[in-house]
Design a protein around this ligand. Structure first.
Ligand code: F6R
Length: 363
């Protein structure tokens, strides 16, 4: 049942405020004023965190690395499951290993989990299916409570995974004394505004639909982001190529001049994801390098960022201003909507893109 939507993907994009609220309900305790992750989650003694996944779930892990390092001060490493399992790397003592998988059945992620059994201090899974192989074989499973995701391109599972991983980072910060009670309370009250912020982010639908009509004509699209926006740029490029079949690549903004700028001309739209944070000015200078070469910039930012960037930018998509900790979850929404509307404009099969399966149980 598509609940009045043309595609499951658009229904699932629209469901995100509710999906995120479900995560907060599950892990914030009754009053919403305290973290209520299972006591068994042993972040207090962990010396480092290792996160392993595939595809969109891998980008959720990359985002979590920034949170774990910046909010909790805990070293975090991220790996692609299919690389990790065959590399057979040493697993340092005191490693908390986290496996993220919507389906809970991805063969490479499951094999990576089995590899760390007996090596990691604790194995935690973050899945959407309680009865799945990955959830059952982990020491502890954290459900993302997103409800069934039918569209092959992952949307609400991604933002629900991010929400759970952010709560995990906050729990680690609390356990390790990186945030005192007052600072944690501030973070939690910001977090409680997230479903409403995501609802507001859905209002970028109209402007993105209009931009997508032109993006649909492109052969290549570049996505740029710095800091925590880098994994979001990767996710935006993956979504676009999966469902619209347009070649898209993402780079950390600072890497632009180390190669990819050679691609930029007036046929390559460049999507820049940049809230007005501490890194904004650096990203704007990368954006100007693109514009000087004729590149058409679609800037996804907030009101202050849109104003600072000025009117010469091809398109400005304005999201609500938010706590920097929340921006990855918020900026996922326009990345999804741009891919969705571009695919619709091209007439591709949005919910069942060619060559892709919802659950990748082959290696
Ligand atoms: C992208 C997408 C895939 C999955 C990947 C992992 O939109 O859906 O990249 O994220 O196949 O799947 P799970 O999370 O089920 O392990």
């Amino acid at each position: 049942d598509k609940a009045g939507h043309k595609h499951f993907m658009s229904k699932e994009i629209a469901e995100q405020p509710r999906a995120i609220a479900a995560v907060l309900d599950a892990y914030l305790g009754e009053s919403g004023a305290a973290l209520a992750l299972p006591a068994a989650l042993d972040v207090a003694r962990a010396e480092r965190v290792l996160l392993v996944a595939c595809g969109t779930a891998y980008y959720a892990c990359l985002t979590a690395k920034y949170w774990l390092e910046q909010i909790a001060g805990i070293p975090a490493e991220v790996d692609i499951a299919s690389e990790f399992r065959y590399r057979e790397p040493p697993v340092a003592p005191g490693t908390l290993a986290v496996f993220v998988s919507q389906s809970g059945e991805t063969a490479d992620t499951l094999a990576a989990l089995r590899y760390v059994q007996g090596r990691a201090a604790q194995i935690v899974s973050v899945t959407n299916v309680e009865e799945s192989s990955i959830a059952r074989e982990a020491d502890l499973d954290l459900q993302i409570h997103a409800g069934p995701e039918i569209g092959v391109a992952s949307t609400k599972a991604f933002t629900a995974q991010l929400s759970v991983l952010l709560l995990m980072a906050l729990r680690a910060a609390e356990a390790r004394g990186a945030l005192d009670a007052a600072a944690l309370a501030d973070r939690l009250s910001a977090l409680r505004t997230l479903p409403a912020l995501v609802t507001a982010a859905l209002e970028t639908d109209g402007p993105l639909k209009s931009a997508a009509a032109e993006v649909a004509e492109a052969r290549d699209v570049l996505f740029l982001g710095r800091g925590v926006m880098f994994p979001l740029a990767l996710e935006g490029a993956l979504k676009l190529k999966e469902i619209s079949y347009i070649h898209a690549e993402a780079y950390a903004s600072g890497e632009l001049k180390h190669g990819p700028i050679a691609l930029v001309d007036n046929t390559v739209p460049v999507v820049v994801m940049a809230p007005r944070d501490a890194l904004f000015d650096k990203t704007v200078s990368n954006m100007q390098e693109v514009m000087a070469r004729g590149g058409e910039v679609l800037l996804i930012t907030d009101a202050a960022g849109a104003e600072a960037a000025g009117e010469t930018v091809w398109r400005r998509i304005v999201l609500p201003t938010a706590d920097p900790m929340l921006t990855p979850i918020l900026y996922a929404v326009p990345a999804q909507l741009l891919a969705y509307h571009t695919a619709v404009a091209k007439g591709t099969d949005v919910d069942q893109p060619r060559n892709l399966a919802k659950s990748v149980t082959v290696e």
